[in-house]
Design a binder for this molecule. Structure first.
Ligand SMILES: Cc1cc2nc3c(=O)[nH]c(=O)nc-3n(C[C@H](O)[C@H](O)[C@H](O)COP(=O)(O)OP(=O)(O)OC[C@H]3O[C@@H](n4cnc5c(N)ncnc54)[C@H](O)[C@@H]3O)c2cc1C
Length: 412
């Protein structure tokens, strides 16, 4: 069989892999199969500038059509891959087209988690946010709605909430755990973010158990909570996280555990099949983790390309992420896993950093409106510099003097 790579998915990871292959001189065919009608596009603006109407869908595309034509990268849009046949190394799409591969890359992303039908009763006005189509639906709904309930205090929900508030809507955020950003950030960061929303007039209801949604003439009209509270709503955004699209992988017998399990070089339990992006569960710090971020998609795409090219490079990421809410930019460098201490550093009103430590060494930092610290931390984590807690506190420290500010402990 001639050397050729088929990539399922046309997103950020898929593009990164294809570009890396071509940039490294790969001469076989490269075909990307994606179920959406767009060229590869970036999702972060969907819940930011795109929802605000400050940019258009075609501007979200990561590369123009000519780029793919020139680079010999075939992008098949509207192509849902429905099965993988490992014995004859081919994939089949919903319309029965078949593509053979010598190497297969799955970058099938994650999808928005939804509420059970028993709770939503098929009512209109209950939306999720993942794609351009979702953002368009949400934009249209926001133009008509007055009372918005956001279910889920994660990044996507909080970003949409901030935009809805700015549009003049009455917004309530409903979070089932004791604070927002529970999965991704520590308590001090969550507290700062909750305060930000409350300051802008959006109540954050934590420990709130969703009982059900009610409607009027087929459209949602309220959200009832276990506490007995009924929140009136003409629009409900369900932003309760993502689930990796693992079905294709599972059906073809690949190991699946929260995501599609890969080794350090992006390869699955099957030879010739690789995985990159949101759907990959990869080894990190002695466990398998899955990240939903642009950084992860881009770097894993590249790691997979290297493995395909026979020049494997281990994936050892320094994760980073950002979120825009109101006038605040929250950025994270590193991964706040297994930390035993948090140090909150406040520079001036509205500008702060929250450092996470394990055994006295910094493992991550969340910054608010402090891009300088974020970028410095990314550099230092990337260079595997040991950032000791004492160093961050010592005013005359040379290596990290930019970080040093009067500390205040919020976690004690
Ligand atoms: C609203 C929103 C805001 C975000 N904001 C940020 C942010 O601020 N910062 C950040 O770092 N990250 C952010 N993210 C996350 C980031 O966009 C994702 O982590 C990244 O896009 C993942 O890349 P990917 O290639 O794995 O998947 P995607 O880029 O999503 O692409 C995968 C593509 O594969 C398609 N596909 C899936 N299954 C099949 C199939 N069987 N056949 C064909 N095609 C298929 C999908 O429909 C999709 O088009 C955000 C995500 C969303 C939804």
């Amino acid at each position: 069989m001639q050397d050729n790579v088929v990539i399922v998915g046309t997103g950020q990871a898929a593009l990164s892999c294809a570009v890396r292959l071509r940039d490294s001189g790969y001469e076989g065919a490269v075909t990307m199969l994606g179920d959406e009608p767009w060229l590869p596009y970036q999702r972060p603006p969907l819940s930011k500038v795109y929802l605000k109407g400050e940019t258009t869908a075609d501007r979200l595309e990561l590369r123009p059509q000519e780029f793919f034509a020139k680079g010999g990268i075939v992008v098949e849009r509207g192509s849902v891959v429905t099965s993988v046949n490992r014995s004859n190394r081919s994939v089949t799409t919903f319309d029965r087209r078949s593509y053979s591969y010598s190497k297969l890359v799955l970058s099938t992303d994650s999808r928005a988690r939804t509420l059970p039908d028993a709770m939503t009763h098929g009512l209109d006005g209950i939306l999720t946010m993942r794609s351009i189509a979702d953002a368009d639906r949400l934009r249209r709904a926001l133009a008509k709605a007055k009372r918005v309930v956001v279910v889920g205090g994660g990044y996507v929900g909080l970003e949409v909430a901030s935009i809805a508030v700015r549009m003049g809507h009455a917004v309530t955020i409903v979070e089932m755990t004791d604070r927002v950003l529970k999965r991704v950030a520590g308590a001090p960061t969550a507290q700062a973010i909750e305060e930000l929303h409350v300051r802008h007039g959006a109540p954050v209801l934590t420990n709130a158990q969703l009982k059900g949604l009610s409607g009027h003439h087929g459209t949602v009209s309220g959200v009832s909570l276990g506490s007995g509270t009924l929140l009136p709503a003409d629009l409900v955004l369900v932003a309760i996280g993502g689930m990796a699209n693992v079905e294709l992988a599972a059906e073809t017998g690949l190991t699946v555990e929260n995501g599609i399990v890969v080794h350090r070089f992006g390869q699955t339990s099957a030879p010739h099949i690789y995985v990159a992006g949101d759907c990959a569960a990869f080894p990190f710090g002695g466990r398998l983790i899955r990240l939903e971020s642009v950084q992860n998609a881009i770097e894993q795409g590249s790691v997979v390309a290297n493995a395909i090219l026979g020049r494997p490079v281990e994936y050892e990421p320094v994760p980073w992420f950002w979120s825009d809410q109101y006038d605040a930019t929250l950025q994270t460098a590193g991964l706040a896993l297994d930390y035993d201490d948090i140090l909150a550093v406040s520079m001036e009103p509205g500008r702060s950093a929250f450092w996470y430590f394990r055994d006295g060494l910094a493992v991550a930092v969340d910054t608010m409106n402090d891009a300088k610290t974020h970028m410095a931390a990314r550099r230092l984590f990337g260079a595997r510099v040991e950032l000791r807690r004492e160093l961050l506190l010592k005013p005359d420290s040379t290596s990290c003097s930019t970080f040093v500010q009067p500390p205040c402990r919020l976690d004690q």
